[in-house]
Design a protein around this ligand. Structure first.
Ligand SMILES: [Zn+2]
Length: 218
């Protein structure tokens, strides 16, 4: 294709030319700090989340360190219109994630505020979630939750502002008797996941909430 010639695909790690379907070369992929979490067992994400809400199971694909390749990949996905990176992250997740006997019944993605969705043009979790949904044969609902208030990027917020933007999610549908897998991109403070989990746990009957993220603070 002419576009491939004009805009050749380059590795996000070392900048060498790579196949169009890839985001990093093999050498750089080997340098990514994958967590090797097991969903069915205690792990570092489950421990952190459990401090904030009663989490059933948890899995993070990568560790998110400053200046790391994982950070760069997620920033490209979120802020540089590279929605298709979600597909590569889903493929890596499929290679590493086995639900064993803990398979959830429903996948829900963290919603963007409508204003932000309009500005970005896509929710960075949708391609990722859809591929996981297909592969693991778990229904997915992108509208289970509504984001009711705009919140600023977390990195720019002070503690007082962070408190102001609590409880910005609302459960949009009646659900019961479900094990829900909540998908988000990054787990840092865990505030977003905790707000959503509590909204689900308080308003739905007999539900369990598990968590899956692309990356977490190491
Ligand atoms: Zn590379």
């Amino acid at each position: 294709m002419i576009l491939d010639f004009l805009f050749p695909n380059r590795c996000l790690g070392c900048n060498q030319l790579i196949d169009n379907s890839e985001i990093v070369c093999e050498i750089c992929q080997d340098k990514i700090h994958f967590t090797h979490h097991r969903f069915s067992e205690n792990n570092s994400l489950k421990e952190k989340a459990a401090l904030l809400f009663p989490v059933e199971n948890a899995f993070s694909l990568m560790f998110y360190e400053q200046e790391s390749l994982a950070q760069k990949i997620i920033q490209q996905l979120k802020y540089n219109h590279r929605e298709k990176i979600g597909k590569n992250l889903a493929q890596w997740t499929i290679e590493k994630l086995n639900f064993e006997d803990r398979k959830p019944d429903l996948i829900a993605t963290v919603p963007l505020h409508p204003k932000k969705l309009k500005k970005r043009g896509y929710n960075q979790l949708h391609i990722f979630g859809n591929i996981l949904s297909q592969h693991y044969q778990i229904p997915i609902n992108h509208h289970l939750l509504l984001r009711t208030r705009h919140s600023k990027a977390q990195a720019k917020k002070g503690q007082s502002e962070r408190l102001k933007t609590k409880n910005t999610f609302r459960l949009n549908e009646k659900i019961r008797d479900k094990h829900i897998l909540l998908i988000d991109d990054v787990f840092t403070t865990g505030n977003t996941s905790a707000n959503i989990a509590w909204e689900i746990l308080k308003n739905a009957e007999n539900v369990k909430v598990s968590l899956l993220v692309m990356a977490m603070d190491a």
